[in-house]
Design a binder for this molecule. Structure first.
Ligand code: MN
Length: 394
């Protein structure tokens, strides 16, 4: 089978850097969505892809083993370099082997198959909300707009070992495979992705339209898409095409050379837009019960390391030991697991803060913020309100 490839990555309209990366190294393709710290995310996603690329070149191990090595590389760097400590990355990789595609997947990036006009999700999101849906705690609809929908439960680089989902798809001529980060799926519904993929036969145009659509819907996150089109014919056996966006990752959509173009020129129109509006609910299609004839998705337990929650730089203010406190994590419990830890216990008695109507309910639920500074700001506000209430008492 012949494979034609196109890819694009874009900073989106809100973020200040692009922490996504992709890898096109015929026959190995991948997307990675890094997270953590100012530069951690970018380092994590690039290091993970560099590692699988290097191991693939050296013909070392299976795809899953290469992903496990990538996990170790990110984890060790995170442990040894304070400037990137706590970083992690998702990784969704596709290795074309004749008429088959082997998938390896960790995190909330996705692989989809468009076959006969129908779009099927091939991967399972390793997210808190997906788990809550599976546990029956929330509905699919609630998951779409859940405040913690970006919290992922599995990532590369968080622990010394990682559980990698693996699958094999038997491809047919006419099939189109899409790899993408959540900057696409968080903004654009599966129905919209499906119709766009059906309407746009040129993969280079399709990747650009997907990016434009995600940006049009708000572009709150970095967006990365890779499309592989499978057609009848012999694979192009000559010169392996290798292309990786240089570090730092590009801030404009780039279209990669297709295997038969054999040049390393990136073409594509830069569209860098900032200060776009936020919002845009995460739309998702319930995963189809049957994945379809000819596709077998096999999930292998490679290394079970227990349920670890990677809490994507989440902070909140709540109550601990009768005092107002700053927590890291999310104010939620899943399957009896507490998903937060206390970072600072202030001297402010919870009772004093709870006597103020404005803070009572919020504290009970947990006041979430984007970072530690935000949480400290909330604490300062509570402190000021408590002091004011005390001074106005007779
Ligand atoms: Mn993302």
């Amino acid at each position: 089978m012949r494979v034609t490839v196109a890819a694009a990555t874009d900073i989106g309209r809100v973020r200040e850097g692009n922490e996504d990366s992709y890898l096109l190294q015929d026959p190995l393709y991948a997307v990675a969505d890094g997270m953590g710290g100012a530069r951690g995310g970018e380092v994590a996603s690039n290091l993970a892809l560099d590692t699988i690329q290097r191991l693939f070149d050296a013909d070392e191990g299976s795809l899953t083993e290469q992903v496990e090595q990538a996990n170790r590389a990110v984890f060790e760097r995170s442990q040894s370099d304070r400037t990137v400590s706590g970083m992690g990355t998702t990784l969704t990789a596709a290795l074309v082997q004749g008429d088959r595609v082997r998938l390896a997947h960790v995190g909330d990036s996705r692989a989809y198959l468009l076959r006969d006009g129908e779009l099927t999700l091939l991967t399972e999101d390793h997210t808190l909300v997906h788990r809550m849906v599976v546990e029956g705690e929330i509905s699919e609809a609630e998951a779409e707009n859940h405040p913690h929908r970006s919290v992922i439960t599995r990532a590369l680089g968080v622990d010394a070992a990682v559980l990698v989902d693996e699958g094999i798809v038997e491809m047919r001529p006419g099939d189109r495979l899409l790899l993408c980060t959540d900057g696409l799926t968080g903004m654009v519904s599966d129905d919209e992705i499906a119709s766009l993929l059906r309407e746009t036969s040129d993969p280079r145009q399709a990747v650009e339209r997907l990016v434009e659509t995600a940006n049009g819907a708000g572009g709150v996150d970095n967006i990365t898409v890779v499309i592989l089109d499978f057609t009848q014919g012999e694979p192009d056996g000559e010169a392996r095409t290798t292309s990786r966006p240089a570090i730092p990752t590009p801030t404009s959509p780039t279209t990669a050379p297709t295997p038969d173009r054999r040049d390393d020129t990136f073409v594509g129109r830069p569209i860098r837009r900032k200060n776009g509006g936020p919002t845009g609910g995460r739309s998702r299609l319930a995963r189809k019960a049957g994945i379809g004839a000819g596709i077998s998705l096999v999930v292998l337990l490679v290394a079970f390391v227990g349920l670890r929650f990677y809490l994507d730089t989440q902070w909140f203010v709540g109550v601990s030991n009768g005092r107002v406190a700053i927590f890291r994590g999310v104010p939620a419990e899943v399957a009896g697991l507490d998903l937060s830890s206390v970072v600072v216990e202030t001297e402010i008695p919870a009772e004093d803060a709870e006597s103020l109507a404005v803070w009572r309910d919020q504290l009970a639920e947990g006041i979430t913020t984007d970072d530690r500074e935000g949480a400290e700001g909330v604490v300062e506000q509570i402190r000021a309100d408590v002091e004011q209430a005390e001074s106005s008492e007779p």
